[in-house]
Design a protein around this ligand. Sequence first.
Ligand code: 5GP
Length: 208
Amino acid sequence: MMNKGVLAVVSGFSGAGKGTLMKALLEQYDNYALSISATTRSPRPGEEDGRDYFFVSRERFEEMIEAGQLIEYAQYVKNYYGTPREYVTSQMEAGKDVILEIEIQGALNIKRQFPQALLLFVMPPSAAELRHRLTSRGTEPEEVIENRLKRALEEAEGIENYDYILINDKVEECVRQMHQLIQDHHSRTCNQEDFIKKMRTELQQINQ
Ligand code: 5GP
């Protein structure tokens, strides 16, 4: 019997290096499926529709909400972001470990719907390093950076809702740790319900 995949949510302050971590994780290991979100924000230079996000209009996004096509969605710095349902459920059924790289409201929403999900929060080693990473990306105006730092302060309030924090100092080390935590999560009883049921049935039969 094939086990279903684990649902892992990865959040972290904007600028914590989640994008780099995700890329390295997917390159190094086979069993992950990264969900691609829909968003109403404009593409940054180098971003591609269908690879980084599905870039959609506000009207289209609202249609997707109405049609129940999103598992969760949230507003983040004036834009909508949401997770398409179909991909997540089909990949988990196929045994893939599905990763959602989403912000904190979405993460808590997922935890309510999927209590067996694993919630990981990525942080840089210090706030100064966070500011440095945001600034050196060089793609955003100062005002947007200030907004993201304010948002980081708000998000820091909710970190205890996550299962683990990951400090992204050295990417390689952080990726290895993330992989380990997700793989260990497979053995949790909440992810082994089918196997537990099967064993109970077998035990009943053997005891007849
Ligand atoms: P960015 O604009 O920097 O790509 O993303 C802004 C924030 O939105 C990040 O914290 C990112 O994790 C989050 N985000 C991306 N996709 C989704 C999604 O589908 N749902 C939610 N709730 N947040 C998302």
